[in-house]
Design a protein around this ligand. Structure first.
Ligand code: FE2
Ligand code: FE2
Length: 193
């Protein structure tokens, strides 16, 4: 962001960049990074009204997955992972779990990242056989340290979250959680103070 009169770096190529240029750019990063949660929440809202033939739309499914995880006593990081597990549906139509996993990666544990990354294959246990695919595709991961965690996520929260009569919490309930979890990266090549 910033108007036409703001101070900006002057290099035409990075090779010609200077310390001063990078001080200017660096001064903008903190503000931009601090709003990542808002950008992700805006993107999540793209799922609103997107039914794709399912009983409830993808936004309600996301909220219901998170609500079920929260009511089952999961911690905030897990609940945020649950809320965002399908956020990639719009951009990653053929690999949506990869998108969610990439967005969550700096902010969550290896376990929660793995659940987001693999949930598509584990969720397939409940429907791949109706589409001529192998419902046991997840067996390739049998024995992995997070296999049971991912199977449990799908069994308890994801595959159950299509109930139009369920008392699902609204997005506002989860927004502060998303902001807290995304306030500070645990791991990122750009994580500097
Ligand atoms: Fe999914
Ligand atoms: Fe889902």
């Amino acid at each position: 962001m910033g108007g036409p009169n703001e101070v900006r770096a002057k290099f035409p190529s990075m090779e010609e960049g200077t310390q001063e240029d990078w001080q200017i750019i660096g001064s903008h990063f903190g503000d931009f990074a601090s709003k990542v949660a808002d950008r992700v929440l805006d993107h999540l809202k793209l799922l609103d009204g997107d039914f794709g033939g399912f009983p409830i739309d993808r936004m309600q499914h996301s909220l219901q997955t998170a609500t079920r995880a929260h009511r089952d006593g999961r911690d905030e990081e897990y609940v945020v992972m649950a809320l965002l597990h399908d956020v990639g549906d719009t951009l990653g139509t053929y690999n949506h779990p990869d998108v969610a996993a990439a967005i969550l990666k700096p902010f969550v544990s290896a376990k929660n990242h793995w659940i987001a990354q693999q949930h598509g294959i584990f969720q397939g246990y409940y429907f791949f056989h109706y589409l001529g695919q192998d419902r046991d595709m997840r067996e390739q991961f049998r024995g992995h340290e997070h296999f049971e965690d991912c199977a449990e996520f799908c069994a308890k929260y994801d595959q159950t979250a299509f109930d139009a009569t369920y008392d699902t919490a609204p997005l506002e309930f989860f927004e502060p959680m998303v902001r807290r979890v995304m306030a500070r990266p645990k791991n990122s090549i750009y994580a500097t103070e």
